[in-house]
Design a binder for this molecule. Structure first.
Ligand SMILES: *Cc1c(COP(=O)(O)O)cnc(C)c1O
Length: 390
C-alpha cells in the first residue's frame, strides 16, 4: 500500500496534509520517498532551528539511546537537572518543569496561575485574539481564534480575548479576579504579528500593579528563533512564566514551563506530573541543541538570517503590490499578502521549495538558523516567480 493509501485508510484526518512523504532530512533539505529533494523554509514547523538531523544532536540521541532511554520522574534524572540549569542560565532565576509538547507546557502554566490565584480569589485569564496556544482543551480555551474553539465548546471558563498590541483593551478587562495574562512575544500562527512600541513594558507594569501573572508562550519564539535565546529578550520584559517546546528538542518531543522565583514553588508534590516529561533521551537532545547554538553562534546566525530574509522580502515588496507588510525577528518572518497565499505555496512547491502560509494570507518562514545565503536566494527566486503568477 502506498503511504497515501495508508493515511487514507488508517490515519484520522484531523490535519490538512500535502501529498509529500519525507523519509530523510539534512540541514534545510528534505528528501521524499521518490528521492526528490526539497528546500525546507520552515523545517519541522519551527522545531528544527539547528536544521534537520544536525550531526551533534543525532550523535547525542544515539549515545543516550544506548545508555538509558527512560526512567520515571519519581527519581532524580541528571540530564533533566542539567538541561533545566542551561535554560535558567539563559533566561531568568527560577525553576523548570518538563512536558512533552507546547500545548502541554501551556496547560501546566495555566495550572500554576490557577493555583497561585486560588487563595487570592484570582482565576480568570486574558489572552489575545489571533493567538495560538495549542489543541488540548485548556490551551484551546486560551487560543483567541473562534474557528479552532467552536466545535469543542463548552471549554474552560474564565478566558477573555483582547486584540494583540492593544493596552487599553487590557486595562478595561483586567480586574481583581484575573490571575494571568497569556501572550506570545511575537504571534506565530496568527500571522507573525509584532506588538507596537513599548507595549510589553506597559503590560509588565499593569500586571505588577494589579498583582497578575504575565505568561509568555515562547513555544515558537523560544530557543534562538528570534535571534535571542527567548523572544521576551527582544523587549527586555521578563515574564513570571514562560513556556517552551518546538526548537528546544531539535526534533524530539519536549516542552518546558519556566517559572520565575515568585511562582517556582507553587506546584508541590502531587499537583502536576508527566510520565515522559524530561526523560533522559529528550533531555540529551535538548542539551545538544543548546550546545550547538552556543558553539556555532546560533543567535548571531539567526540574526543574520533575519536580516537577509527581511531585506529580500522588502525588495519583493517594492516589486509586488500584493505584498502588504513584512515583519518578524531573526529566523521568523511573515510576508502579509492582500490575497490568500495558497497558490504561492503551491507554485513554490512546484520548484521544490517548501514554504508555509499561516492565517490565510501570511507567508511565513521559520528557517534553520544555519540556512545558507544561497539557499535563501533559491527560495526567494521561487517566491518571486510565484508572486508574479498571482
Ligand atoms: C506550536 C505552538 C503551540 C503548540 O505546541 P504543540 O507542541 O503543537 O502542542 C503552542 N503555542 C505556540 C505559540 C505555538 O507556536
Amino acid at each position: 500500500m502506498s503511504t497515501q493509501q495508508l493515511f487514507n485508510n488508517y490515519i484520522i484526518p484531523s490535519v490538512g496534509r500535502m501529498p509529500l512523504s519525507f523519509v530523510e532530512g539534512k540541514g534545510s533539505w528534505l528528501t521524499e520517498e521518490s528521492g526528490r529533494k526539497y528546500l525546507d523554509m520552515y523545517p519541522g514547523w519551527g522545531v528544527n532551528i539547528v536544521g534537520h538531523c544536525h550531526p551533534e544532536v543525532v550523535n547525542a540521541i544515539q549515545k543516550q539511546a544506548a545508555k538509558l532511554l527512560h526512567a520515571p520522574n519519581n527519581y532524580l534524572l541528571p540530564l533533566q537537572g542539567q538541561l533545566a540549569e542551561k535554560i535558567i542560565e539563559r533566561s531568568f532565576p527560577g525553576k523548570v518543569f518538563f512536558s512533552n509538547s507546547g500545548a502541554e507546557a501551556n496547560e501546566g502554566a495555566l495550572k500554576i496561575a490557577r493555583k497561585w490565584g486560588k487563595d487570592k480569589g484570582k482565576w480568570k485569564f486574558i489572552t489575545m485574539l489571533d493567538s495560538f496556544h495549542g489543541r488540548t482543551l485548556g490551551a484551546l480555551s486560551a487560543t483567541g481564534q473562534e474557528n479552532y474553539r467552536k466545535d469543542f465548546e463548552p471549554l474552560i471558563p474564565g478566558f477573555s480575548y483582547v486584540p494583540f498590541g492593544d493596552i487599553s483593551a487590557i486595562k478595561e478587562l483586567l480586574d481583581d479576579e484575573t490571575c494571568a495574562i497569556m501572550i506570545e512575544p511575537i504571534q506565530g500562527e496568527g500571522g507573525v504579528n509584532v506588538a507596537p512600541g513599548n507595549y510589553f513594558q506597559e503590560l509588565r507594569e499593569i500586571c505588577d500593579e494589579k498583582n497578575c501573572l504575565l505568561i509568555f508562550d515562547e513555544v515558537q519564539t523560544g530557543v534562538a528563533r528570534t535571534g535571542e535565546w527567548f523572544g521576551y529578550q527582544l523587549y527586555n520584559v521578563q515574564p513570571d512564566i514562560m513556556t517552551l517546546a518546538k526548537a528546544l528538542g531539535g526534533g524530539v518531543p519536549i516542552g518546558a514551563i519556566v517559572a520565575a522565583e515568585n511562582v517556582a514553588d507553587v506546584l508541590q508534590p502531587g499537583s502536576h506530573a508527566s510520565t515522559y516529561g524530561g526523560n533522559p533521551l529528550v533531555c540529551a537532545a535538548g542539551l545538544a541543541v543548546i550546545s550547538v547554538i552556543d558553539e556555532e553562534n546560533g543567535l548571531e546566525k539567526a540574526r543574520q538570517v533575519g536580516k537577509s530574509l527581511k531585506l529580500k522580502a522588502e525588495q519583493l515588496k517594492q516589486k509586488f503590490n500584493v505584498i502588504r507588510d513584512v515583519r518578524g525577528a531573526g529566523a521568523m518572518l511573515g510576508i502579509e499578502l492582500d490575497v490568500p497565499g495558497k497558490s504561492v505555496v503551491g507554485n513554490c512547491l512546484a520548484d521544490n521549495v517548501l514554504i508555509n502560509c499561516t492565517h490565510e494570507r501570511v507567508i511565513r518562514f521559520l528557517t534553520s538558523a544555519f540556512i545558507s545565503e544561497n539557499e535563501i536566494e533559491t527560495a526567494f527566486n521561487s517566491l518571486q516567480n510565484a508572486l508574479s503568477k498571482i
